[in-house]
Design a protein around this ligand. Structure first.
Ligand code: BV8
Ligand code: ZN
Length: 240
């Protein structure tokens, strides 16, 4: 992977970058909740059918995320951003805030944010919220009478900020994807929508869209991403 200080780096992360922070991936073991596949609970139909079940699912996710800490992969990405500044863009599918906790600033949550809540009826601004709603608790209501829901993008819903993401994909000169199985669309197609082939996948196994990548670093993110950062910094220092 050619990565210099003059590159525009687009980084895409998935559940795998948070695995070593103790957060279960979707498709790895532990991707099931009460025998539901995440896709079965993380969709609008499930919300319409049983909003209480969906809030219990996200209450579990909020508790786990509150207990999680960034790992060396998150930290290394924040360090690379320090070097590249506006030539760095981080698009994450993760709804946790571990990238921000590690110091990343230029982070776009294309599938939303777990620690924010919005209304399923009115257009009020999503607001920070760590509340959990377990069995037996009343569903949270909005002043408009609507029901409050977690501010994430469910399957079947439009992803957020596609215009900005498309702009960053087009101006990128290097693309690194970390810990994502390459199954969920439209994100899985980003690597095919680039004006270059300077692409690298980092993760313990090749993703479903492996054919679209030029290079792979097969190993855990917390080991591989700091290595990538180190090679980048060393290259920077000896001016190559
Ligand atoms: C939409 C938020 C339309 C909620 C999420 C085309 C073809 C087929 C299907 C579709 C299609 N287009 C759309 C669809 C439907 C669907 C889809 O893609 N379905 C899949 C299942 C086939 N897509 C949608 O519904 C999207 N919306 O298309 O809307 C539309 C258009 C106009 C108007 C209205 C609507 C919305 C998709 C977003 C859903 N929300 N998350 C929540 O989090 O609860 S998706 C969610 O799952 C995550 O955000 C993430 O994106 C995805 C999980 O994938 P990964 O992150 O890749 O994680 P996974 O577990 O799969 O893999 C983990 C990886 O980590 C593995 O590769 C493993 O090897 C690696 N790993 C493990 N340990 C480590 C590691 N890597 C590094 N280090 C380690 N230590
Ligand atoms: Zn409302």
């Amino acid at each position: 992977m050619k990565l210099t200080l003059s590159d525009h780096l687009f980084v895409l992360t998935g559940a795998g970058v948070s695995a070593e922070s103790g957060l279960a991936t979707f498709r790895g073991d532990g991707g099931l909740w009460r025998n539901y596949r995440a896709e079965e609970v993380a969709n609008i139909a499930a919300w319409r059918r049983d909003p209480r079940l969906v809030w219990e699912f996200y209450s579990m996710r909020r508790r786990k995320a509150l207990a999680a800490k960034p790992n060396p992969a998150h930290v290394a990405l924040a360090e690379i951003e320090q070097q590249l500044g506006d030539r760095f863009f981080l698009c994450t599918q993760n709804v946790d805030s571990l990238h921000e906790q590690a110091g990343s600033e230029r982070v776009h949550h294309i599938h939303g944010e777990l620690m924010k809540t919005k209304c399923d009826s009115c257009a009020r601004e999503p607001f920070p919220d760590e509340s959990t709603y377990d069995e037996g608790t009343a569903l949270p209501k909005c002043d408009c009478g609507g029901t409050l829901r977690v501010n994430v993008v469910w399957f079947g819903e439009m992803v957020s900020g596609m215009e900005r993401v498309a702009y960053e994909l087009q101006r990128s000169t290097a693309f690194v994807a970390i810990g994502t199985s390459g199954v969920v669309e439209p994100v899985a197609s980003f690597v095919r929508a680039l004006p270059h082939r300077n692409t690298l996948y980092i993760g313990p196994e090749k993703p479903a869209n492996a054919d679209a990548f030029s290079e792979y670093m097969l190993g855990p993110a917390a080991e591989m991403v700091p290595w990538l950062a180190q090679t980048f910094f060393t290259a920077k220092d000896d001016g190559s």
